[in-house]
Structures are given as C-alpha cells and as structure tokens.
Ligand binder design. Structure first.
Ligand code: NAD
Length: 272
C-alpha cells in the first residue's frame, strides 16, 4: 500500500498521492476507476461538483469496501455557486451526491473576483462545524492568497494548481511554503502532453520506469501532492508504482530545467 502522507497546517494528514477524476464519466467509468484505484492502494480521490461525477465517485468508494475514514475525499465548489449562502447550498449537494457525512478537503475551484472572500466565510463555517476536515483553494495566485490572508484568520490548508515539469511554479511554491500552505499539482502529467518529452523518456529508461512514473516521482520528491488521472486499470496501477525508486538530485535538476511556464489549462488571472 501507499503510505506517504503530508501533514497539513491544521495537523490533518493528507495522502501525498491520489486519483484525479476530471473528465471521467459519471456511472461505470468513474465508479470502476475509483474502485480499481482503491484496490491498487490509493487513499485519495480528487473530484469536483463541476466534474458531474460525484455520485459515481461515491459509488466507487462504497463498492471498494474501504472504511470512510480510510479514504481522503476532496471536492470543490464551482464558480457559479460562489458566495456565502450559495456555497453552503452547493456543499450540501456535494455531500448528498457523494453520499458521505463529511469531506476531508473542500476547495474553492477558481478565485472568482468579488466572490471568493464570501465563499471563504462559508468554508470557515463548514470547517468550524466539522463538515470539512480541511479548507483549501485552487488556482490561487500569490495576489489572491494575499487578499484571502488579509481578510481571514483561517489559512488555506492546500492550494491546488496546475504544476508539472513544464510549469514548475517556483515562486508560488516558495510563497506557499512560507505560509504553510500545501501545494497540490493538477494536470501533473501535463494532461499527458509530457509523456513523450525526450528528456523524460531518457530519464525513465535509466530507471527502468515509465515516463508517467518518473513525472509522478518528481512531484513526490518535490513534496507536492499529486493526483494523476486515468480510468484505465493498468495505468491506475502503473501510476501508483512509484514508491520503489528514487530520482537522484542530478536527475531532479534535469527535470526542473524543463520549466517553460507553459500551461495546458486556463490561467488563474483570466479564466472563464
Ligand atoms: P493529467 O496530467 O493527470 O493527465 C491525464 C492524462 O494522461 C489522461 O489523458 C490519461 O489518459 C493520461 N495518462 C495518465 N496516466 C497515464 C499513463 N500511465 N500512461 C499514459 N497515459 C497516461 O491531467 P488532468 O486530468 O488534467 O489532471 C489530473 C487531475 O487534476 C484531474 O483529474 C483533476 O482531478 C485535477 N484537476 C484540477 C483542476 C483545477 O482547476 N483544480 C484542473 C484540472 C485538473
């Protein structure tokens, strides 16, 4: 099994490795993927109300037979639901879809200007009432975090952002580490675009691993939480087989140098 965990700023332990389910279809596709992942030792699932597959995720967790407290479930409030009351309502819907009593981590999906502070007030309430074990954000730049921290005493436990060897986010990572905010990498494989990168293929050969495994290992050794997405059982297993080798510092540096500040997803300062 996969035991690596990180300790969040509120002392909650979060698995460092998990399954992302963006674009996994609700129903059999996502349910089978979640079940396969849990069988392969995954203990963290990353979904969102926007993905419209929370009920399928919940079914996968149930089918797996794992105890609720042994699985770490993350979901996110969507942009159009932001604001105080609407967030509280959206949260109840998320709980119902997943068919759980609490979330381990709830994230503000994107920093909607003029709304995210009210959304955060709702998160504070959910956190105080024990409905969410940790409160966090996603796609927050330093300036968004500055604004949040200036207006609340609850420091986000996590900031989930696009991050991979082509977008290493060094400045944001340094800022988050200073503020004790755990960084979590979305599109950790660059949506699959990095799997044919020659440097990564070269390093992978050297360790007798696949490019996906090398990239996931790079995230782990950078102390990032990483949630690669797959619905293919063989790949789900492959992506978890990253705890039997260590990249040398030299190879870590080689991978770090692939940074081009290249995004495959939307930019947090102008998203739709
Ligand atoms: P990813 O980087 O995880 O890449 C997924 C792609 O790589 C898929 O097409 C998959 O088929 C392929 N792949 C996965 N493992 C492979 C393997 N071993 N060999 C070959 N191909 C493989 O991309 P992602 O899904 O965008 O990101 C992962 C997760 O991050 C999402 O599922 C979601 O949970 C989260 N996410 C969050 C946000 C956000 O705004 N917070 C945005 C995007 C994604």
């Amino acid at each position: 099994t996969i035991k690596t965990r990180v300790r969040l700023n509120n002392r909650v332990e979060m698995p460092q490795f998990g399954l992302g389910v963006y674009k996994a279809e609700n129903g059999m596709e996502v349910t089978n993927a979640v079940e396969a992942a849990i069988q392969a030792g995954y203990t963290l699932i990353d979904t969102a109300s926007f993905y419209q597959n929370e009920s399928g995720v919940g079914a996968g967790v149930k089918n797996s037979g794992i105890n609720r407290e042994d699985i770490f479930i993350t979901s996110k409030v969507w942009n159009t639901d932001q604001g105080y009351e609407s967030t509280l309502n959206a949260f109840q819907k998320t709980l119902k879809e997943l068919d759980v009593e609490y979330l381990d981590l709830y994230l503000i999906h994107w920093p909607v200007e003029g709304r995210f502070l009210d959304t955060w007030r709702a998160f504070e309430k959910l956190y105080e009432e024990g409905y969410i074990k940790a409160a966090g954000v996603s796609n927050f730049q330093i300036h968004h975090l500055e604004k949040l921290l200036a207006n609340s005493s609850l420091v986000p436990a996590v900031n989930q952002v696009e991050l991979h060897p082509r977008l290493t986010q060094i400045e944001l990572r340094n800022y988050c580490s200073e503020k004790k905010i755990q960084v979590e990498s979305w599109s950790p494989l660059g949506r699959g675009n990095l799997l044919k990168e020659p440097t990564i293929e070269y390093v992978a050969k050297k360790y007798g691993k696949t490019p996906a495994q090398v990239i996931i290992r790079w995230h782990l050794q950078n102390e990032l939480v990483v949630i690669p997405k797959s619905v293919t059982p063989e790949r789900i297993v492959e992506n978890a087989n990253v705890f039997d080798f260590v990249l040398s510092q030299e190879d870590m540096n080689v991978l770090n140098q692939l940074n081009m500040n290249e995004r495959f997803g939307q930019h947090p300062d102008h998203f739709k």
